[in-house]
Design a protein. Structure first.
Length: 143
């Protein structure tokens, strides 16, 4: 980025210094000093333009690096989002499976409890029948 009109400004400064030195009557010495100041100003302006160019180049490099970092961050964010979505789906599946397994285990426990109750009732009935049979065998001629 060049400073607009910087060379024109330097020429105007040089011309005004030259004219003021000529008009003051100080002669060649004043003119030489004015020219030196104008040359120093031009040199400073050239250095400023050079440094501005360097800074613009550095700024361009930094912007390119920033764009690269932004692109990598966007890619990583998308990758993280996909993995998070897969993890959430896996967790939902695991919850569903655990819930289903818990339901099946509850059903199995209920069935086992019912079977245990039925077995207990059958054992009582067998015990009663065994006692009756023994009673009849003892008391009615079986033994």
């Amino acid at each position: 980025m060049r400073i607009p009109g910087s060379r024109l400004a330097a020429v105007v400064i040089l011309a005004s210094i030259t004219l003021s030195a000529c008009g003051s009557g100080e002669g060649d010495e004043a003119l030489a000093a004015a020219r030196q100041r104008a040359e120093d100003a031009l040199q400073g302006l050239r250095e400023l333009e050079r440094r501005t160019g360097e800074l613009e180049g550095e700024l361009g490099d930094l912007r390119a690096e920033g764009d690269d970092v932004t692109s990598r961050l966007d890619a990583l964010a998308a990758k993280l989002k996909r993995r998070t979505e897969r993890l959430e789906a896996s967790i939902a599946d695991a919850k569903s499976s655990a819930s289903s397994a818990a339901g099946e285990a509850g059903d199995a426990l209920n069935t086992a409890g019912e079977a245990l109750n039925t077995a207990g009732e059958a054992a009582r009935e067998i015990s009663i029948l065994t006692n009756r049979l023994n009673y009849h065998l003892r008391n009615h001629g079986g033994g």
